[in-house]
Design a binder for this molecule. Structure first.
Ligand code: MLT
Length: 272
């Protein structure tokens, strides 16, 4: 891999062959994948990106300008920025895994940049669009974080993203997620909420993809429940489903071993 990229990128493991690219959830950054990487068997390279406005990446506004696209928040800008960054790094084919918001980005990549994807992992995510109420709530939150200039409005997610078992038994995980959320800027949080609010249903894009797919979900995920994962497995042509026990919406930190196993198996299927 060579060059710089539009988005901040973190080479979590050097290696040989098709890279595994990891996209984080909301309102977080690429650190949420760190527990999985040491558990990945094989020798493939692993790269994590920060999506626009999150972690160390430039704002959504700056990314839209660099891509010369209309400055309207969308997961398609996230996907185009991922594709652009990988191209700058000399990556022309990758297995891409996304958790929740990162999964929405993967679904957009499937529609807009399918040639790039040797395989796709959809982790604790869903293919449907928001309901009207969910969309209105996101826009309200976006306005509120901008008005307050803080991310307080989304701090409740430090518990909501965890499963019941973690909430009761793993206060350390609540603290980790809390720290990651507090590290994000209000402008990035608002931009992502508006981007997610505008996303379309992408079940048809998933059904059209002829590469291997891995669907992963925590059995205690209250934000993207198991039924959503089953719907994606049913829609995809070649998908496995991994239900991670005693984990909520943050399987990569709540129970990383089965997540690592599912991702490594997907990389193996992409090679076959
Ligand atoms: C996430 O974890 O990325 C969020 O739950 C996504 C969302 O708000 O839909």
């Amino acid at each position: 891999m060579t060059g710089d990229g539009l988005l901040a990128h973190h080479r979590l493991r050097e290696g040989e062959g098709t890279p595994l690219v990891l996209l984080h959830g909301f309102p977080l950054d690429s650190r949420m994948w760190h527990d999985v990487v040491p558990l990945l068997p094989g020798a493939f390279p692993v790269l994590a990106l920060d999506l626009p406005g999150m972690g160390s990446s430039p704002s959504g506004h700056d990314v839209a300008q660099r891509l010369q696209v209309p400055d309207v928040p969308s997961v398609d800008i996230q996907a185009d920025a991922v594709a652009d960054t990988l191209a700058e790094l000399g990556v022309d084919r990758a297995v891409v895994a996304g958790l929740s918001m990162g999964g929405y980005t993967v679904l957009s990549l499937l529609e807009r940049h399918a040639w790039l994807l040797a395989g796709a992992a959809l982790v604790d995510t869903k293919a449907g669009a928001d309901t009207d109420d969910a969309r209105a709530n996101r826009l309200r939150i976006a306005d509120e974080v901008e008005r307050s200039g803080t991310v307080d409005e989304v701090l409740g997610m430090r518990r909501a993203v965890l499963g019941e078992t973690s909430r009761e038994q793993r206060p350390d995980l609540v603290d980790r997620v809390d720290g990651w959320i507090r590290d994000q800027g209000p402008a990035g949080v608002a931009w992502c909420q508006r981007a997610m609010a505008a996303r379309p249903d992408r079940l048809a894009a998933l059904a059209a993809f002829d590469g291997p797919v891995a669907v992963v979900v925590g059995d205690e995920d209250e934000l993207s429940p198991v039924a959503e994962a089953e719907a994606m497995q049913d829609a995809a042509r070649d998908a496995t489903l991994t239900v991670v026990r005693r984990a909520g919406h943050m399987t990569p930190i709540e129970n990383p071993e089965p997540v690592a196993a599912a991702l490594a198996a997907l990389v193996g299927r992409a090679r076959d």
